[in-house]
Design a protein around this ligand. Structure first.
Ligand code: SF4
Length: 249
């Protein structure tokens, strides 16, 4: 109970500090404060709230954008409170021209320490899955919906996703893979904007911003439920058929 209170206290403190930093930065730059977005409305100059689309200036594709550009734009991000409590921002890594991108939920403890995605036990299992697909980690791209670790590995919150997801969309637009593999319930639900159970979603292709998306179980779930590895292997084989279509005769 006490540690829960401590977590909540730390998070509230981080939220306050983050808002202060962002207000200071926005005031200095004369930018419209993005953190004032509430359900598509934004108050302008203390006047009445006016409707504005969330995607108006944050998810527009820019044709010549590179991953380095996206990383630069993200900068030392403090757009949400998680920026105050992370050790390292985990942007993602791999082949900028990958045909497949694996998207997880958020960095865990090991990832937060190392600044790299999927490097803990679950990450090692993901690496083995990638090798079983006949690929290497360097061939694929791996990232998460959130780029900073939520305290105690709790689920990402809607406002954190709303703030961070535009950068994931830009990463995916830049890489333009043939397939996205959503790892686990949370990644699948967030990307597909659904709450259909992963047991129903997995095994079938869906579409995310025009890219084929296969949801499957998270490697951390497989560590706890090794019997589900077969289903993941089934999903992965469907992906491989897209990556390596049979040679025509
Ligand atoms: S989670 Fe995303 S939006 Fe929040 S601070 Fe980290 S990079 Fe920025």
């Amino acid at each position: 109970m006490e540690s829960l209170k401590e977590d909540i206290r730390a998070e509230l403190l981080a939220l306050t500090q983050s808002l202060k930093l962002q207000i200071k930065s926005d005031t200095g730059s004369g930018r419209q404060p993005s953190y004032l977005f509430v359900e598509g409305k934004v108050p302008m100059n203390n006047g009445p709230a006016v409707h504005r689309s969330f995607v108006d200036n944050r998810t527009q594709p820019r044709k010549s954008l590179s991953l380095e550009d996206v990383r630069k734009e993200l900068g030392d991000c403090h757009r949400c409170p998680l920026g105050q409590i992370r050790t390292n921002l985990v942007f993602g890594e791999g082949n900028p021209k990958a045909e497949i991108v694996f998207v997880g939920e958020a960095p865990g403890r090991d990832e937060d320490i190392q600044g790299r995605p999927f490097v803990g036990r679950a990450g090692q299992l993901l690496t083995r899955i990638i090798i079983a697909m006949g690929l290497k980690r360097e061939d694929v791209y791996i990232c998460n919906i959130l780029k900073c670790r939520p305290p105690g590995n709790r689920n990402p919150r809607p406002e954190e996703i709303m703030t961070c997801e535009p950068f994931l969309i830009k990463q995916l637009q830049t890489i333009n893979p043939k397939v996205i593999c959503a790892l686990g319930t949370f990644a699948a639900h967030t990307l597909l904007k659904t709450d259909v159970p992963i047991t129903v979603l997995r095994g079938k292709f869906h579409t995310y911003h025009g890219i084929q998306l296969m949801p499957t179980y998270h490697p951390a779930f497989l560590l706890r439920n090794p019997a589900s590895k077969k289903q993941v292997w089934d999903d992965v084989q469907k992906i491989m058929k897209i990556l390596l279509p049979p040679a025509s005769h």
